[in-house]
Design a protein around this ligand. Structure first.
Ligand SMILES: Cc1ncc(COP(=O)(O)O)c(C=O)c1O
Length: 392
């Protein structure tokens, strides 16, 4: 049984009175049962469900190792630490991304170096600008697969190899996405995923780090749980009797209840991503090129996106505030992914070091429209009609 949105969400929050919310989660008996089973098991953290979730997620990514963590930000933090990023190092990333990557770079003591995006049709890193930003201090590049659309990873990997720089994939939007037949997350050195409530694999809070590098995997394993050589679960099963602490780690572990939800969501991911792809195709057919609207990431024959977002680029003459207000009046919730990081108070001085002209012009025209797997085609038509009216 699927619980209707009106039955499980109080009217005034958190999405106000939106008729079409930006994203939505299906809650059904399978999820409720999985949670109840995990709770009744009496083992609530880092047990068999976490292990199963990691194994199945590793298979999704063709990864040798997957580590379930508390959230996507923890995944990025562990990736940077495992690669040894620290004071004196520079780490390249797009300014057009969620702030988590920049914050974690600062937390390890390194300096974020913001790079431009390619253009309104490709909101991922501009490879030429990345090349221009590389210095002897560059230690890593954090690429985003914006909205689940794989970045130009071939060119980035070639550049990274030439300069001896690591590549971290911020694949928060991209579980199940593929580039040239290969899964996002294991295209670079380390892949980081988020299972926040609005993501393609929603758990509430949660994340995953994947890698095919054994040495990196060992660092991540240790740092996830205090630098301890064994887990409580290992000791409970008699696989170990004591532990040493060999690194200054964190508690970034995932609990069994969320792993149980994660397993259900993971088994639905392909179906949900296919539904997103169909709906994104409907948006594209209805809106791309209409009255100056552009839909980024036209099909390229190489990418199989996970369609986390339905982003559009408004025509230059159109006020974004007025556009969003017009849709809100009709009960349609929209958002902006993202206000560029270099514009935030905490990043303004670092951001001023490099010009980001394409990010500046394109980001001010970006709007994300509602998209979730169980959204109806009728609702896509309703949103598209409202959007084309608002720009005309
Ligand atoms: C691109 C991107 N990276 C990282 C994160 C951080 O993930 P979390 O919220 O799970 O810490 C998010 C989450 O919103 C994100 O969208």
């Amino acid at each position: 049984m699927t619980v209707a949105p009106s039955e499980r969400r109080p009217a005034a929050q958190p999405f106000g009175s939106a008729v079409v919310p930006l994203s939505d989660i299906l809650v059904d008996e399978e999820i409720e049962q999985a949670v109840a089973d995990a709770v009744r098991s009496g083992w609530w953290s880092m047990g068999p469900r976490v292990k199963e979730f990691e194994d199945e997620f590793a298979a999704l990514c063709d990864a040798n190792a997957a580590f379930a963590v508390a959230n996507g930000t923890a995944a990025l933090h562990l990736a940077l630490l495992a690669l040894g990023c620290g004071p004196g190092d520079e780490v390249i990333l797009p300014s057009l991304t969620f702030v988590a990557a920049a914050n974690t770079i600062v937390h390890v003591g390194a300096t974020p170096v913001f790079c431009d995006i390619a253009g309104p049709r490709d909101l991922n890193l501009d490879v030429k600008d990345v090349e221009a930003a590389i210095t002897p201090a560059t230690r890593a590049i954090v690429v985003l697969h914006y909205g689940g659309h794989p970045c130009r990873i071939d060119a980035i990997l070639e550049l990274a190899a030439r300069h001896g720089v690591a590549v971290i994939e911020d694949a928060a939007h991209a579980p199940g996405a593929r580039w040239n037949g290969r899964p996002c997350g294991t295209l670079g050195d380390i892949g980081c995923f988020s299972f926040f409530s609005n993501k393609n694999l929603p758990v509430g809070e949660g994340g995953m780090v994947v890698t095919n590098d054994e040495a990196l995997a060992e660092r991540i394993r240790l740092l996830r749980s205090h630098g301890m050589t064994t887990l409580t679960w290992d000791r409970d099963r008699g696989h170990a009797h004591s532990y040493d602490v060999v690194a200054h780690g964190f508690n970034y572990r995932l609990d069994e209840v969320r792993a149980a939800i994660g397993l259900v969501q993971l088994r639905r991911l392909a179906e949900h991503n296919a539904a997103r792809a169909h709906l994104a195709g409907c948006y594209r057919a209805a809106l791309d090129g209409v009255a100056g609207i552009e839909m980024p990431f036209p099909p390229d024959g190489v990418s199989e996106p996970s369609n986390h977002l339905a982003a559009i680029v408004l025509p230059e003459r159109c006020s974004r505030n007025a556009f969003q207000a017009a849709l809100a009046e009709q009960g349609i919730q929209t958002s902006v992914h993202y206000p560029p990081i270099h514009g935030f108070s905490a990043y303004r001085s670092i951001g001023a070091r490099r010009p980001l002209p394409v990010t500046e012009t394109v980001a001010s025209r970006l709007v994300s429209l509602p998209l979730y797997p169980h959204m109806s085609v009728g609702d896509v038509s309703l949103v598209a009609a409202a959007a084309s009216r608002a720009v005309s």
